[in-house]
Ligand binder design. Sequence first.
Ligand SMILES: Cc1cc2nc3c(=O)[nH]c(=O)nc-3n(C[C@H](O)[C@H](O)[C@H](O)COP(=O)(O)OP(=O)(O)OC[C@H]3O[C@@H](n4cnc5c(N)ncnc54)[C@H](O)[C@@H]3O)c2cc1C
Length: 416
Amino acid sequence: MSLDTPGLWAVTAPAAPALTPLAGDATADLAVVGAGYTGLSAALTAAEAGARVVVLEAEGIGAGGSGRNVGLVNAGLWIMPDEVEARLSPGNPLPGLLANAPAAVWAMIERHQIACEARPVGTLHCAPDAAGLAALAERERQWQARQVAVRLLSPEETRARTGSDRFHGALFDPRAGTVQPLAYARGLGQAALSAGARIHAPSPVVSADRKGGEWILTTPGGRVTAPRVIWAGNAYGQGPAANKAVAIMPYFNFATDPLPEDLRRSILPGGEGAWDTATVLSSFRLDAAGRFVIGSIGQLGVDLAVHEGWARRMMAQLYPQLRGQGFAHRWYGRIGTTPDALPRLFEAGEGAFGITGYNGRGIAPGTVLGRALARAALGEEKLPPLAPAKPDPLRGLRALGLRAGAAAMHLIDRRD
Ligand SMILES: Cc1cc2nc3c(=O)[nH]c(=O)nc-3n(C[C@H](O)[C@H](O)[C@H](O)COP(=O)(O)OP(=O)(O)OC[C@H]3O[C@@H](n4cnc5c(N)ncnc54)[C@H](O)[C@@H]3O)c2cc1C
């Protein structure tokens, strides 16, 4: 059985809107390729502005990273705020946009009444060692210098908030929170449909040709002609949506069955999502029904036993009361990474562009950058300047290193 799926999230998400493949020819003001957060947020924004929008999706809404992730709605990027700014040109609006991006997600959920287990109660970035604690203290300093109310928790507070005594401290970010990721994607899709966008799936775009100032996107069942195209295939891009700028980092999750109430209350009692500062990081959270979800870097193919063994040990280290709990769900997905951890502008000819490479932080960025892409396509505003998605000749090697390195770490890490 393939574990390359949305796993648990497909079991608990509300039903997807009914979609049909594209049949015959259609015209639009804007064509969007890919129905994840980026493509759907773009489609929704453009449709609300009155544009005729057609979304072409190879499989189904949220089939890519948007339906498989951990659901941590975080602000900023992986790298520290100072580093983000140092790597961009002065005055680039991207850092400000991403710092406030979770608020845009919560507003989107509220406005469209998206049932996606949204918990805007903050996240906990946890330090399992002294080096991690120092890094969090620096992150706190940099955010606070930007008037953001993140707070480094003491070991005692961290123990109370996580329910685990494994950490030296944790950075609490009140802007953040969790969602059921596939439910959020499906809700965005429904909102885009309600605003008048058409979404066709399964309709993989197999070729893109420019003729007479228009793009002609071809799928097995028909063609869409539009002057502008947003490419939102990201790490799942195939055919003309494929980009060679990102190295794929696999990330897996395991989830238990719903825990009994007494166990559930002892774990993350405030409902925050959590992850740690380790190089091969771990993430953990509960879903709305009280399933414990634990994840890390790795692919569940030949490496399944290594990662599952690690997940069982890590779960027991974090929460000894969960020792011996089995996993009822296992799945993994692809994260698009860039060498400097910044997203890239994916350009595919006149009037055809997208943003890719969120480096594992795409829920809030996909939402706000999808919107920015639509506004740029409609000529309403400029995109934040980003480096172009140039082919990275080392991406195959980097991907191999990420997968093999994580498997080696999980094999070695046999602490109980
Ligand atoms: C396991 C995992 C955990 C993660 N955890 C988090 C997290 O906790 N927080 C966070 O913020 N981010 C997280 N991420 C990252 C986040 O999920 C992604 O950055 C985000 O979903 C990207 O959204 P997207 O819309 O740009 O792309 P995707 O959601 O990947 O969507 C791309 C879509 O394009 C379609 N497509 C591709 N090519 C074509 C084509 N030729 N024709 C038609 N359709 C095409 C695909 O089928 C797919 O549906 C995680 C990712 C993974 C995989």
